[in-house]
Design a protein around this ligand. Structure first.
Ligand code: F0G
Length: 456
């Protein structure tokens, strides 16, 4: 597939450092074979996350200067409210400092102790906030998501039939929320169709359950709908976004992704005044007064601008085009990954690429480390290494062993993607020589961020 040329030119540059393989061998050892310990300065192409790592536009930087820093009632706050009304059609918006803060101020108002939250898939922090609210998160993704090798237009979808079965099984009074993550990050940045969102909303409504969208990558999801769903080819992204959100009661958003800011988040509420009151009551003690919600006025200004830039048709064509370019190069070379490529990340199938490494020697992690050694690329494990241990201290075997390469927005060029593709292909050629890893120290929770490993 041809590379889609950038709909922007570069006005400011940030040098990145090339290192030698010898240096990287030393750096990795000093980092205890954990990519989170690497200094960013020792990384050439940093694909650890697409969150907060995008490049703001000159309009956004100009907005930074215009930001109104009033404690209460600042201009930038009203500009953000207007943008949310205009783009999503929602009456209420509460800015917060990032996505997990949106979860923190909304979920305890929706979930009572012992209730379930059923999602296509929960992102890690969402799962954590459901649990912190006393609820139980249940993933209910469609079967297609579970086979990386097979094409499907909408691998992010909810299994709606199963959703209804679960609601009946648990009892509707025991389900506090139905949640749709768009795109579905944990399944590989896979999109969800309008049809699926509509059907999910109908089930939620039938049982009187609040339907929430986790909107981190709402714009990328809309682009996939335009490309793949019948009847949407001639619609504008903005119209697709509006339709999608019309089916939900509320959304939580990490604005660090599709709204292309380095920090920020939003809770959007369609029209439920009581829900908004509850969210405000949570925001003030945790995030700050409602007209800034943990952000500086300048951040609100950049966010209001970024929401529009994120849904620009030309930008999205380039953005998803970049992913498809990388995907087609790897497909051609026979590299296994969650296929088709997602909106924000390539999920390499380390289980298929390194079949000789068992789950408890962490193939996803081994591949991530090999990418660093090969070309100074930083990726991360989404597999058994990340899953950690069960309450008895026994290693969990993950259903997947992925290595995630998340692509920051408007940051890297075609040449960088070629470096990435070449590195992966070179590793594939000598895959059988790659060894697994062993953990020599780990903390009790979220071990993947800080554990120490050694090669086997
Ligand atoms: N929801 C989804 C779907 C996410 O991907 C993330 C973050 C969050 C919520 C939380 O937002 O980081 O602003 O607090 N995902 C990042 C990632 C960290 O690398 O995938 P946050």
């Amino acid at each position: 597939k041809k590379y889609v040329a950038e709909p922007f030119k570069i006005k400011m540059v940030e040098p990145i450092r090339m290192t030698t393989r010898e240096e990287r061998v030393e750096k990795l050892k000093a980092a205890n074979y954990n990519v989170f310990y690497l200094a960013a300065d020792d990384v050439y192409v940093d694909l650890l996350t697409d969150s907060g790592t995008g490049a703001m536009s000159h309009e956004q930087w100009a907005g930074i200067m215009r930001g109104d820093e009033a404690y209460s009632g600042g201009k930038s706050y009203f500009k953000l409210l207007d943008a949310v009304k205009d783009i999503f059609g929602y009456k209420y918006a509460q800015p917060v400092h990032q996505g997990r803060a949106a979860e923190k101020v909304l979920f305890p108002t929706l979930l009572k102790k012992g209730q379930y939250c059923i999602a296509n898939m929960h992102f890690d922090t969402t799962r954590a906030h459901v649990e912190l609210s006393g609820g139980t998160p249940i993933d209910c993704v469609c079967e297609a998501a579970k086979n990386p090798a097979i094409y499907d237009d909408f691998k992010g979808n909810m299994d709606v039939e199963k959703l209804e079965k679960l609601i009946n099984e648990y009892g509707k009074e025991n389900v506090g929320a139905v949640l749709m993550t768009i795109t579905n990050n944990s399944a590989g940045g896979q999109p969800v169709s309008v049809k699926n969102i509509k059907e999910t909303a109908a089930v939620a409504k039938k049982y009187g359950i609040t339907f929430v969208i986790d909107a981190a990558r709402y714009a990328e999801n809309a682009y996939f709908i335009k490309q793949r769903e019948e009847g949407y080819q001639d619609k504008k992204i903005a119209d697709i976004v509006k339709e999608v959100f019309s089916y939900a009661d509320a959304f939580t958003m990490s604005a660090k992704k599709d709204a292309i800011v380095n920090m920020g988040g939003i809770v959007g509420i369609k029209d439920n005044a009581e829900m908004y009151e509850n969210v405000k009551a949570m925001t003030i003690p945790y995030e700050g007064f409602i007209t800034y919600g943990g952000l500086a006025g300048r951040d609100l200004e950049a966010l209001a601008i970024g929401l529009y830039e994120g849904i620009d048709d030309d930008y999205l064509k380039y953005r998803i085009g970049q992913m498809e370019y990388l995907g087609s190069k790897l497909k051609e070379a026979g590299v296994p990954f969650q296929f088709p490529v997602g909106g924000h990340a390539m999920f390499l199938d380390a289980k298929a690429l390194l079949p000789h490494i068992p789950y408890n020697e962490f193939p996803g992690q081994a591949l991530a480390l090999e990418l660093y050694l090969e070309a100074g690329i930083r990726a991360c494990d989404i597999g058994s290494y990340m899953m950690g241990n069960d309450p008895d201290g026994v290693q969990i075997e993950s259903e997947f062993e992925f290595t995630r390469l998340a692509i920051p927005r408007r940051v890297y060029t075609q040449s960088h993607l070629d470096v990435v593709a070449d590195a992966i292909i070179a590793i594939k050629e000598r895959a059988s020589e790659i060894k697994g890893y062993k953990i020599v120290w780990e903390p009790k929770v979220l071990r993947h961020f800080t554990a120490h490993l050694v090669p086997l």
